[in-house]
Design a protein around this ligand. Structure first.
Ligand code: ZN
Length: 167
């Protein structure tokens, strides 16, 4: 990922917050869409993911309370469609997405988030940024596992054989 230069923990925090906020919003949207398609299994899964991202966002906010966050360009952190990487998924806006596709878009974007933090964990000049990024990369790795497990267990009615239970 061609991430911006991140020189200190405040800048790191601003970017991490933008990523968490974007993920929370997209998961809420996906949950609503799956609900509209009567796929409660995957709707519940996306609602839970939205909560996880929201909790992460809140924790980060508390940790950096009082810090004046630098302005960043939120367009750098829009979720992308793996099939047309420059844009947010078209179906996401128009409500035509299947559960299977929604899960794959989620997977792709969790991977992007992890790659962003991995890169910083390896390359950032400030050791505090490297340490924080490594922590975030771990959390994103867990999100990737959740999405993969949901895909493997089935995407719900009309998609593939449904798994025994929603995670
Ligand atoms: Zn995530």
């Amino acid at each position: 990922m061609n991430g911006p230069a991140i020189g200190n923990l405040d800048e790191f925090c601003a970017h991490a917050l933008a990523i968490e906020r974007e993920a929370t919003e997209r998961y809420r949207e996906l949950a609503a869409q799956m609900q509209a398609r009567h796929n409660l299994l995957v709707a519940t899964f996306f609602s839970r993911m939205a909560e996880l991202e929201q909790e992460h966002f809140d924790r980060l906010r508390r940790r950096f309370k009082g810090v004046k966050l630098p302005e960043i360009n939120p367009w750098d952190y829009r979720w992308r469609d793996p099939e047309s990487p420059e844009s947010a998924p078209h179906e996401m806006v128009h409500g035509l997405m299947t559960a299977h596709r929604a899960l794959h878009i989620a997977l792709e974007n969790e991977r992007r988030a992890k790659a962003f933090f991995d890169e910083l964990a390896a390359d950032a000049a400030d050791p505090a940024v490297r340490a924080a990024a490594a922590e975030f990369a771990l959390e994103e790795a867990a999100h990737i596992d959740f999405v993969l497990a949901r895909i493997e267990n089935g995407a719900g009615p009309g998609e593939r054989a449904a798994g025994p239970a929603a995670r």
